[in-house]
Design a binder for this molecule. Sequence first.
Ligand SMILES: [Zn+2]
Length: 171
Amino acid sequence: MPQRDETDKRLWYHGRMDAPRFIADKTVGRLAKWLRLLGYDCALQKEDDVERLFAQARDESRVILTKNTRRHTRRGIPTHLVLASSDSMEQLRQVIDTFQLTIGDDRMLTICSVCNTPVEPLTAEQARGLVPPYVFATQREYSRCPNCGRVYWAGTHRAKMLARLQSSSEA
Ligand SMILES: [Zn+2]
């Protein structure tokens, strides 16, 4: 399990949140994207500003995900997990195993992979013109990010994700 900052009253550990929330630093940006696609809230700190990273982690009760081994020896670092691999799929596997995350249709594609905002359902009619014609012809379930406007559809995204996860767990 990740190390724990004793002063930190983490809601998740007390069972009041249904899943841990994460914050990735810039060493694991791709991992953040994968977690979002699976429906887990993962903020991203792109600047190399450790104090801001720690502050946001504490303020929003997020577990820090990093590859930076220098940082976790610092005193007073909030709850964090140091990723062992530089491969983003192996990192994802490590996070899933450590936090016992569930992967399922009810969670997948509920959070925008670009900006970490919960997406909203979109009717097929609303999606017309926003997606390529071949997608519109074959898909009926859509959602859209109210923040950045990105449109998601279940079929192909979901299948691709599951295939990637499957192949990485067998490797
Ligand atoms: Zn978005």
